[in-house]
Design a protein around this ligand. Structure first.
Ligand code: ADP
Length: 325
């Protein structure tokens, strides 16, 4: 869907990208991650021709980007940035409807689309459409930024640290919303961040970059379980095994219950500590098992009915191997 081939970008004597190549698959969320100044934003901006490479080629939907008029290309690609770039003198509705009106959609279609998108990003249209950007919180403004980028239903979305300036709780909500939206829309997303945790949470594939080069390009699970070198290992952190266990869920390791026929008789006050739910991550299960010194734990549903059990040794295997095989 998007291909960068031996792309080099120089700013005077600074080499921002050094023969950088990457192939981003349709429908994937590809997260470019790496320390500040490693060339993430530069790569992103060349995809929609906000910047031109010094050398190398870039292909979007099979065509060299130089074959597109830059304005046409930019209208076909959604773009979300940290400072949002909402126009202050335009309402939320006008901001979100900007690209459709440039594309000369009729007014009714634009109004419908704007309403649909504002709801999609979790805002109540009746309450927000006529507001101005200054009347929005940082998190709300980011949601409007995402809605605006999606307005003309682009196949590709470029996101440059879009949630970087939002507080942790709002960021967490935005992540949940993003994952939900992406599940339905299946856009090809290129997302820039310097937070490894954000990359792990959102990515289908992570591209770890260092000084204008690609160090490792892999699934989050592989990046965590098999970092290609000490740079990646240091970047993902010493808690990489725990981060890996956050990616897998109790449901996938559940064995039939032989441990106990029910949670009857258990100390109700401690029930939450002594059982896990199917949708809990293996990290949560491990934490409870370590805390209670149990090697096997019951998996219960919301009515406290036992559905099965999870074993510490199975979690250890996943931690060691990096997958469920
Ligand atoms: P990142 O997004 O990973 O933080 P950038 O792509 O913004 O990195 O920058 C890569 C390198 O290029 C950095 O060394 C940065 O200082 C340099 N750079 C970026 N933009 C410019 C510019 N307009 N002029 C000169 N140097 C730049």
């Amino acid at each position: 869907m998007i291909k960068l081939e031996n792309v080099t970008k120089k700013y005077g004597s600074t080499v921002a990208l050094d023969s950088f190549s990457i192939n981003i698959h349709a429908g994937d969320v590809c997260v470019l991650v790496g320390p500040s100044g490693c060339g993430k934003s530069t790569s992103l901006k060349m995809i929609n021709r906000m910047l031109e490479p010094t050398d190398g080629s870039i292909y979007v939907m099979g065509k060299n980007v130089t074959e597109f008029q830059p304005e046409i290309l930019r209208r076909q690609i959604g773009y979300v940035i940290q400072s949002i770039g909402l126009f202050p003198h335009m309402t939320v509705a006008e901001n979100v409807g900007l690209v459709p009106s440039l594309l000369e959609w009729d007014r009714k279609r634009i109004a419908l689309r704007v309403k649909e998108l504002v709801s999609l990003v979790g805002l109540e249209p009746g309450q927000y459409l006529e507001k101005y950007p200054r009347e929005l919180s940082g998190g709300e403004a980011q949601r409007v930024g995402v809605a605006r980028a999606l307005a003309a239903d682009p196949d590709i979305l470029l996101m440059d640290e879009p949630f970087g300036a939002v507080d942790p709780i709002n960021r967490d909500n935005l992540h949940t919303q993003f994952i939900k939206i992406q599940k339905d829309l299946k856009k090809t997303v290129v997302f820039v961040t310097h937070y490894i945790d954000e990359a792990i949470r959102l990515a289908d594939r992570i591209a770890v970059m260092k000084a204008g080069t690609l160090v490792q390009y892999d699934t989050p699970e592989k990046i965590l379980s098999a970092p290609s070198d000490s740079f990646v290992r240091d970047f993902v952190g010493t808690d990489r095994t725990l981060k890996l266990l956050q990616r897998f869920f109790v449901k996938s390791l559940m064995r039939p219950a032989v441990l106990t026929s029910g949670t009857e008789g258990m100390d109700i006050a401690n029930l939450d500590e002594l059982t896990v739910k199917q949708e809990d991550s293996l990290e949560e299960a491990l934490s409870k098992m370590l805390g209670s010194r149990l090697k096997k734990m019951a998996v219960s549903d919301d009515e406290q009915k036992v559905l099965g059990e999870v074993w510490l040794e199975d979690i250890e295997k996943v931690a060691y191997k990096g997958d469920l095989s």
